[in-house]
Design a protein around this ligand. Sequence first.
Ligand code: GBH
Length: 457
Amino acid sequence: MTGRLTFPPDFVWGAATAAYQIEGSTTVDGRGPSIWDTFAHTPGRVLGGDTGDVAAEHYRQFRSDVALMAELGLPAYRFSVSWPRVQPGGRGPANQAGLDHYERLVDELLGHGITPVLTLYHWDLPQELEDLGGWGARDTASRFAEYSRLVAERLGDRVPMWTTLNEPWCAAFLGYASGEHAPGHTDPALALRAAHHLLLAHGLGVEALRAELPAGAQVSVTLNLSAVMPGATSPEATDAVRRIDGLANRLFLDPLFRGHYPADVQRDTSALSDWSFVEDRDLAVISQPLDVLGINYYAPTLVDAGEPKEGPSPWPACEHVRFVDQPGPTTAMGWAIDAQGLRAVVHRLHEEYAPIPLMITENGAAFDDQLAPDGVRDHERISYLRDHLTVVHQAIESGVDLRGYFVWSLLDNFEWAYGYSKRFGIVHVDYPTQRRVWKDSAYWYRQVITTNGIDTA
Ligand code: GBH
């Protein structure tokens, strides 16, 4: 059965990127090193020894990239600001040359009628702050608020949508517990502390933004939320779901929207940490009202009781949880393709954490694209995007306040620990020449935007 699904007239269509993944030019205009420079330059950390030194050269090519966005018909563009461009050491006065760059980018976007959606922290902590304890140090949260103020002072009159953090779960648990991401620590107790300081940074950042931004500017945070489902029907599997849901979702949602930490997570982790890093006023700061919640969704998570993988885990106190491979198709990341997880996530938020307007700030897939002489035939990506947009449409129809959708990603880019081996872009990047080649999904997405709808398969 084929048909058409039309979205609400004010639905926001966009594409997303992040500074370290696309910019390159890591030593110009006074930029200091971030933890990702250090990590990527440490042998063995990133596949193939890849680094973000050059990436998609977007720092130099931003004007032609904005022209590309305009050709795509993109109404909105989500990007992140690199903290060490604005404050090379993470503290002190602003580096004007760094802010100048983002001002030029924002003006270029506005000049093309594209709404800038700005994320302040997409994982590139200034290395000097990591040397002082990184997210394990409470002071880093105050430094983040100061940095937020500097960016808002410069761009507050022009940027209507602000996000404090991208995926604090990843920053805390991949960065400080499993060590798969920068700064590469493997200390679960430190990761819990880091998660709290990230949330505190968010709260203090919101205070700084509210003080600086004009009325009407929207403030949000972006979480990577999982639909955690049992791989079996047993009390042990139910307990595994509770634990993973607790750490992946409720550890962030409850402090943000209910003003307290989930008691079961605190109990489960009490042998690792006494949680004394949580001070009296912190939860009031963390739970200030937001205008929007950003959701990044890629795949559902299936868990059961059992032995976990060898090696350091991003899941504290989950020694008896096993991640189960879901049968069926997967992306090049090995992640299951299943849009029903997105449905579960948005309905859960609507039912348990409402009222908060939602925005899908990332959704997309990596596939092993074959570059043909005349483009890239990425029909798998098109069907992934179409399936997920169908779910978005259904959610809106059933009353979920879902206001926009950003595809990850505009361009192929530095996929963190996987380097350049994974391609999420709707536009292909030929790294040796830095040539941009539209994939079929880019043409398809342009059609989605111009018609404000999708054809269902
Ligand atoms: C996003 O992270 C990032 O915001 C973006 O920068 C990145 O390029 C993009 O996705 C694609 O990866 O296997 O136990 O870690 C998403 C990261 C991937 C984290 C799936 C959680 C599954 C749980 N998420 N992962 S686990």
